[in-house]
Write a protein that binds this ligand. Sequence first.
Ligand code: V47
Ligand code: SF4
Length: 379
Amino acid sequence: MVAKSMDLSGVYKMTVADKQLLAIADKVANNERITEEDALVLFERGELGFVGSLANFIAQKLHNNKVYFNRNFHIEPTNVCVFTCNFCSYSRQYKHRDEGWELSMEQMLDIVRKYDDQPVTEVHIVGGVHPKMNLEFFCELLTRIKTHRPDLHLKGFTAVELDYMFRKAKLTTEEGMERLRDAGLQSLPGGGAEIFHPEVREVICADKVDGTGWLSIHEAAHNLGMHSNATMLYGHIETYQHRVDHMSRLRQLQDKTGGFNCFIPLKFRNKGNDMSHIAESTIVEDLRLYAIARIFMDNFRNLKAYWPMLGRQTAQLTLSFGVNDLDGTIDDTTKIYSMAGSEEQSPSLSTEELCDMIAAVGKTPVERDTLYSELKVYA
Ligand code: V47
Ligand code: SF4
């Protein structure tokens, strides 16, 4: 049943004495945007059940119990990277490239061919920033994939990869983006956002594109009619203020362009990187974060939990805390999280398994394409 507007503060009056929290519940009930200060109050004082029911109320209103997934596969061209993000367990420096991988054009096309008789709708291309893989190389890759399989939606390259590619090619962001679009690129994934605030960015990933640069690359893509996703790497050294600042900057850009498809909070995993001394966030903190993101990011229709990173059980729990999307099914061939300590060592879920996970929490599984058109509702 679709949730209707209701007196949420009335529901909470018996258990919540905090007037600010009650005022936020009223705003949510009345479809009003909450402020940055409200979001901070939620992070500091909103207990799990409270933020969870507000988030679930919003998700029900927007999606009427539906949870989306898509059938996709990943190509990770290389893990060789010119950057040195301290949280990254995946990359290898160019001088140590013999410890990593560098796929040739043919090897990547072989991955595409492997899915020839499978009903996948999207390929997600993302990797390290290799000094020798340039814009021309990736334009050729995109064109060849599109020629081979025109129905496949090409989603690729984080703003970090794009910033480097365009600078090396001596092109403006707009020129570079047009070249990729003309070669077949349709959407950008949300990676590389981390935490925009310089107080954090300068500690965890000082040498790559800054927050303003990340946002302007996504804005340029939106201006060309492309869509993109947005992420936030949370649960390390950032404060609640940094999270709110990050989400607020995304919310502002979304007000301006409307080009974001979804928001994906990414939980920091601490295995095999230079931030291993930092404890991972608890599941309660994860769920609170998802719920507060759903409440604050009122212009993002979709909130995604990326199960290969969270683990399937926590991802399943997020469905009761505002999440309406579990990303992909068939063969999520990404290595980025297994190398950082996710419990999902070789992430792969069949459509049936994913539908069962969704149905087990009383939601309706819906297969979508990259732009969230519904392809099949599973009764
Ligand atoms: O930007 C790297 C993150 C991102 C770690 O758009 C880590 O649909 C946790 O953005 N612990 C890349 N996270 C992956 C990404 C993504 C994934 C799935 C779907 C989409 C989408 C985008 O992975 C990086 C960084 O934030 N990451 N290392 C780590 N140790
Ligand atoms: Fe390179 Fe991306 Fe790893 Fe940073 S997170 S070191 S940019 S692969």
